[in-house]
Design a protein around this ligand. Structure first.
Ligand code: ZN
Length: 280
């Protein structure tokens, strides 16, 4: 089974200390894939500092020199992977950038090239802001040769006429009817691959994660933990994990203790192997 961690919302507003506090220990065991916003617009997102919220000013990642240095070193050392997380991320009137926005092909190519040059790396994965993507967004992702962190689905961009789409849609429908909520394997579409994130938030519980983790282990599939570093200290109602951070650290201990688990970056899992299929 493959295990990976996807963390969203690293941007100009992130300090190296915040990432180091969340992931300093974790990355001693395996990589963390950071979904990074290249030109963060200070809108309504909860991860933004309060003083900046709804200013709508745009902040290139390069303006945070300390963070850029930290990321460069972390990526070069294999502790972090960089993924592209939208372009501005926030849009006025709560519009979702890669569902309702325009000029998406240019935004993805620009954003990808900007992060690659700034961080001295290769971007392989796109993670849509607010997990929202549509037909044009998905087209822009595949045109740039990227894979998707998240699941688009038929209503949000999978072409109805492609046999791969129909097969994948059918398989997921069959799973839901069996009462299986997770997607514990990489989805192979005609021109790209997708990986579902299992959200770790103040509202999800360790038991829920464990059930999905064990299901993935059982089929030799994949479990991707989806987190926000800025939410690690938030309390939960879960007696098994009092904070979001504790929830992740318990899962990490589980992954490290299991010799069948292979911990990789999200990009490496998606670049992947034929072992990650529904029936493996
Ligand atoms: Zn985000």
């Amino acid at each position: 089974m493959y295990f990976c961690i996807r963390d969203d919302d690293t941007s100009f507003f992130t300090s190296p200390g915040e990432l180091e506090q969340a992931y300093g220990e974790v990355t001693k065991h395996g990589p963390v894939s950071l979904a990074i916003i290249p030109f963060c617009r200070a809108g309504m997102s909860r991860g933004l500092p309060k003083d900046y919220r709804e200013r709508w000013s745009v902040h290139p990642l390069a303006d945070n020199r300390a963070l850029v240095e930290y990321l460069r070193h972390g990526i070069a050392a294999g502790r972090y992977e960089a993924m592209l997380h939208g372009y501005h991320h926030d849009e006025p009137e709560n519009r979702r950038e890669f569902l309702e926005g325009s000029d998406l092909e240019r935004k993805i190519l620009d954003g990808k090239q900007y992060l690659e040059e700034l961080l001295n790396t290769t971007i392989r994965v796109f993670v849509p802001p607010h997990n929202a993507i549509g037909k044009n967004g998905l087209k822009a992702v595949t045109a740039a040769g990227l894979q998707l962190g998240g699941v688009a689905g038929m209503r949000h961009g999978w072409p109805w006429l492609s046999p791969e789409s129909v097969k994948t849609w059918w398989e997921l429908r069959r799973r839901r009817r069996q009462g299986l909520p997770g997607v514990p394997y990489v989805l192979h579409l005609a021109d790209h691959r997708e990986i579902a994130g299992n959200p770790l938030t103040p509202r999800t519980t360790f038991k829920q994660s464990l059930r999905l983790f064990d299901e993935a282990t059982g089929i030799g599939g994949v479990f991707c933990a989806a987190t926000h570093y800025w939410e690690f200290n938030h309390p939960t109602q879960d007696p098994d994990a009092r904070t979001v951070g504790e929830h992740l650290y318990k899962l990490v201990r589980r992954a490290v203790a299991d010799p069948t688990v292979r911990w990789r970056s999200v990009g490496a899992v998606l670049a992947g192997t034929s072992a990650v299929t529904p029936h493996a």
